[in-house]
Design a binder for this molecule. Sequence first.
Ligand code: GDP
Length: 463
Amino acid sequence: MPPKLTGIWRNRSLRLAITGLSGSGKTALITSLIANLVAAPAQPNRLPFLRAASEQRLVGANRTRRRGTADAVFPFQETVAALAADPPHWPASTTDFRRTGLAVRFHSAGLFGIPNPFGHFADRAVEMTIEITDYPGEWLLDLPLLAQTYQDWSRTTLDLARQGIRAALARDWLGFLDRHPAYARGDAETAQRAHDLYREYLVGCRREHLSLLQPGRFLDPASATSGPGLAFCPLPGASHARSPAGTLAAVMESRFETYKRIFVRPFLSQLARGVDRQIVLVDVFRALNAGEEAFSDQRRSLETILESFRFGRRGLLHVLFGGRIDRVLFAATKADHVPALQRDHLEALISHMLAVPALSAERARARVAATALASIRCTEDGVDEIDGRKVDVVIGLPQGGDRRIHFFPGIVPVTAPPPGFWGDRFTEFPVFQPPRVQHSGQEGIPHINLDKALDFLLGDMLA
Ligand code: GDP
C-alpha cells in the first residue's frame, strides 16, 4: 500500500524509520536530514541529487511538534548545539525509540507544477509531513525469533557459539551449562546464573564487534529484561518439542516465549503498522577493521534483517501484520573516511553483501537499495605522494587534535575480501572532528550522498 495521500491538494504523509546498530550513525543522520531539508528551499545546492530540491520546487520546511504521544522526542536542538560548540563535538548516541517530525512544502512536478512563462508555479504548494522514528538495530535481529521455537533457537545459537572467537568468549557459560543439563530440575537461581553468563558472553562478542547477537535487548543494561521473569538463555540438548514441566529447559522456554510476547511481537506490529519506509545504517568500516569474523557476522546480520523486510506474501512483516513498508535503503555510513573512488568501492561492497543493485538514478524506484553516505562530512578529498606515487587521501582534523591530517585509508574491497586480506587489520580510522555549524542549524550540514538517499526514500512523494 503506498503512503497516505490526503486532501484535495493531496497533502501527504510519510513515516520514515531509521535504524542501525549502536554507533552506526543514526543520531548524525537524523540531525543532518532535518537540517538539510530545512535549509534546502533557500539553498537547493545543499541537496543537488534530491530532484525536488534541484528543480527548486521546495518552498519551505520546518520541524513539527507531535502532541499526544508518550514517545521521547529526538533532541535536535541538543545535537545541533554539540555541532555548533567551539570546538564542535559529536552529539550523544541513540538509545531508544525517539520521534520527530518535519513538514516540507513543495510544488508538485506534475502538469500543473510546470512553471508558467513568468517563472511562477501554477499550483498551490503541497505539504508533506514526515514522521521520523529511530530505534536500535539490535531489535531488528530479534524478529526471526518469532518464527522459531525455543529448541530451534537454542540449536542455532549454540552452533554459532562454538565457532571461532565466540567459542573462547562462551567458555564460562557453556561450562556452567555442562554442569546443569536441560532436563535436570530447574530452579530460578540456576536459570539466573546461566542467563547472567550468557549476557556476559554477548557483551564480550559485542566488544569484538560481532553483531548477530540475540536477544537484542540483553545488550542494553537499562533494559527491562534484567528482571528474573526474563532471565533465559539457550540450552544444549533442549530437543523435546515441549520441555517437560519442572526442568531447566521448561523455565527457559517459558521465559523465551514471554520475551517474544512482550517485546518482539509488539515491536514487529509497531514496525508493520507505523512505518512506510525504512533506512538501515551499517558501519561497514568498523566490521572490516575488526577482522574476518566481525565482517562475516555483519553479513549474516544483514541477511537476517533483509529476510525480515522481504516483500511479498512470505515476508515476516506481511505474514504477521500485512506490513506496508515499500522501500528499504541500506546505507554504509561514515563514507567521508575514504576518498571518492573508495566511496564507490564502499557502495559496491555493501551492495554485494546484500546482493541488491547499487543505488543509481535509473534504479531509484527499486524497493531495496544500497548506498554509501556520510551524514556529517568531516573531511575533504586530497592527493598525496607516497614513495613517488600519487594516492588519494582524505584530510581532516582528528577529534581533540590541533592539526589536520592526511589520511590514507587503503583500498576498500568491492566484494567479500579473500582470506589473505585479513592478515592485517584493514585500517584504524581516526575519529574526525565534525564541522562547526550555525546554532540554528539553518545553513544545513555538509554531507555525502544524503541527497541520493533522500531521493530514493522521498523522491516519489515530492514529485
Ligand atoms: P548512533 O548510536 O547510531 O546514534 O550513532 P551516532 O550518530 O551517535 O554516531 C556514532 C559516531 O560515529 C559519532 O559519534 C561519530 O564519531 C561517528 N559518525 C557518525 N556519522 C558520521 C559521519 O557522517 N562521518 C564521520 N566521520 N563520523 C561519523
